[in-house]
Design a binder for this molecule. Structure first.
Ligand code: 1SD
Ligand code: ZN
Length: 264
């Protein structure tokens, strides 16, 4: 792999020394979402239009990239509305999680961490690909969802979580059989999608490019303790010395940025 991929979560101080890094910039992600009174209601933050989210995901591939578990697919799914200005196409989704339930999310709410966070990475359709869009100021829109531990198995995450035993490093790509395990992007998301937080930020991984319009939803997702344990049972690399846990970056300074809310 390219040198740019050689970073880890235990030495985050060195992220800013990487070539082309913006990791010590002033509009970094994640952030702590401040208490309600410190956020600003915006009437422009209308509901999103989710297109292609209701179809059965085609050719889903679960990939251990050494930093996270990422799921790619070939069907078209996109978002517009939500004051994005343009249409953004879904490229992949992935997770960040902790070694225990007290931590794991990247964003926090009023100082509170959740056991995990789901990110759906979208790129502006004015660019031909995620790679082209990633360094453009209006390139990316990431949707973030807090994942809380719940009492029951979330069957909507079943196909992905059950694939985890097959994506240990070395066997890094695993295709989900959608005949046996069909799933839809919409079903992975919470029912209610009208209430969200919005701010301008960055990728949460090197090189932390400040090209992301962030949306974090108010409604939580749930996974069972067993499902969270399955995430924690993946290894970072083929030496299998470190379980893939705590692959989250802590909140970064707001530096005067405003956080807007779609509800009041
Ligand atoms: O961590 C992911 C990274 O794996 C990659 O998907 C990148 C987009 O190219 O996005 C970041 S994040 O900011 O969505 N965490
Ligand atoms: Zn992420």
């Amino acid at each position: 792999e390219a040198a740019a991929d050689k970073w880890n979560y235990t030495d985050q101080a060195s992220w800013s020394k990487m070539t082309g890094s913006q990791c010590s910039g002033t509009s970094q992600s994640p952030i702590n979402l401040p208490p309600m009174v410190e956020m600003e209601y915006s009437k422009n933050l209308k509901p999103f239009q989710f297109s292609g989210y209701e179809v059965v995901v085609t050719d889903p591939v679960v990939h251990n990239n050494g930093h996270t578990i990422q799921v790619g697919f070939t069907n078209d799914a996109s978002i517009s509305g939500g004051d994005l200005g343009q249409t953004f196409k879904a490229a992949q989704f992935h997770f960040h999680w902790g070694s225990d339930n007290t931590k794991g999310s990247e964003h926090t709410y009023n100082g509170k961490s959740y056991p995990a966070e789901l990110h759906i990475v979208h790129y502006n359709t004015k660019y031909p690909s995620l790679t082209e869009a990633v360094d453009k100021v209006d390139g990316l829109a990431v949707l973030g969802f807090f994942i809380e531990v719940g009492p029951i198995h979330n069957c909507n995450f079943g196909p992905v979580v059950d694939a985890l035993t097959n994506v240990q490093p070395g066997v890094s790509q695993y295709s989900i059989n959608t005949t046996a395990n069909p799933f839809k992007l919409r079903h992975v998301l919470p029912m209610q999608l009208t209430d969200y937080y919005r701010y301008m930020g960055s990728l949460t991984t090197p090189t932390c490019l400040e090209t992301v319009k962030w949306t974090v939803f108010r409604d939580l997702l749930y996974m069972s303790e067993e499902q969270l344990q399955k995430l924690r049972s993946v290894y970072f690399d083929s030496s299998k010395t470190m379980q893939m846990v705590d692959n989250w970056r802590p909140p970064q300074p707001l530096n005067g940025r405003k956080v807007y809310i779609s509800f009041d």
